[in-house]
Design a protein around this ligand. Structure first.
Ligand code: SF4
Length: 300
């Protein structure tokens, strides 16, 4: 009696991997492994990322046998929203919870017809930028590609079903920015895979021109990002002077402004996007003088 109880509890603890975060190629491979034609993987991809399906039984154009095998081996689990904070201007901040209980922020910013979604790439951060609350927390772990894409799927559903449910016309996410918790270039492989999935025309179908990666300026990864990912780049600048920028962002000691600008120029040469923007938080009596503004304009 005791033995069977313990076996049962072990079985219930086994977590089936979620297919959220699997690319079109991954799903075709799974389809083939399960005795299907590769295009069944494409159909599965469309159900997951285009239609946003939450259960295999709803995928009615897939053979029942294939669906049964998928149910046995995989789940379609997504992150969940633990808390929602809505400000007066309509900005929603969601505390997103992942399967192991770790949490990160996803933020939706409405502005006229546009909706910008800021997604997290890590839980915590190794950097200690002075203006950032996440900078006071230690790095817990990188988010997986599935957890990154999952934030987009959850936000789409939330926007359609909850935030704007009474509108006749559905509002859509117009821009995605990797600007939540964490330094995305320190989670390169998962960002790359998540962008591949988010861009895929058979699913979420988001143009690379509408996706921006915001970085504190991790120089060795910038060129690689241009070559291998290719999306809009935003640099946290915050001062034209190395001494001040290092105070605000200690990473500047390792990757100073001159080298950073050089890396940005290379980015525009190797990437399919030519857009690099610079972010500047004004901090009283530190980087907000007229002189700072003039010097910032002259950075080259
Ligand atoms: S890199 Fe981003 S998340 Fe990390 S401390 Fe700096 S601003 Fe905050």
């Amino acid at each position: 009696m005791n033995i069977s109880t313990s076996t049962q509890s072990q079985e219930t603890k086994v977590c089936k991997p979620s297919l959220i975060g699997f690319s079109r190629k991954d799903l075709s491979d799974i389809a083939v492994d399960m005795g299907q034609e590769p295009f069944k993987g494409l159909q599965l991809f469309k159900w997951i990322y285009d239609k946003g399906s939450r259960d295999f039984d709803s995928m009615t154009d897939l053979p029942q046998g294939f669906r049964n095998k998928l149910i046995t081996a995989y789940s379609l689990k997504r992150p969940t929203i633990k808390n929602e904070y809505i400000s007066e201007d309509g900005t929603c901040k969601w505390l997103t919870s992942f399967e192991d209980g770790q949490q990160a922020e996803t933020v939706m910013i409405p502005e006229g017809d546009r909706i910008t979604l800021c997604i997290s790439s890590q839980v915590g951060c190794t950097l200690t930028c002075k203006f950032c609350y996440t900078g006071t927390q230690r790095l817990v772990r990188n988010l997986s590609a599935g957890e990154i894409v999952g934030q987009v799927l959850v936000a789409k559903e939330q926007i359609n079903n909850c935030v704007y449910k009474n509108l006749k016309e559905k509002k859509m996410i117009s821009n995605i920015v990797f600007m939540g918790m964490g330094e995305p270039l320190y989670n390169f492989d998962n960002i790359k895979k998540s962008v591949e999935i988010i861009k895929d025309k058979n699913g979420i179908a988001f143009s690379h021109k509408k996706i921006t990666l915001s970085t504190s300026g991790i120089i060795p990864q910038i060129k690689k990002c241009g070559e291998e990912i290719g999306l809009n780049l935003a640099i946290s600048l915050h001062s034209p002077e190395d001494a001040i920028r290092t105070q605000i962002m200690p990473i500047n000691k390792k990757y100073p402004i001159k080298e950073l600008i050089k890396a940005c120029k290379i980015y525009t040469q190797v990437s399919n996007t030519k857009l690099v923007t610079f972010e500047y938080v004004m901090l009283k009596n530190l980087n907000d003088s007229d002189e700072d503004a003039k010097k910032t304009c002259k950075i080259s």
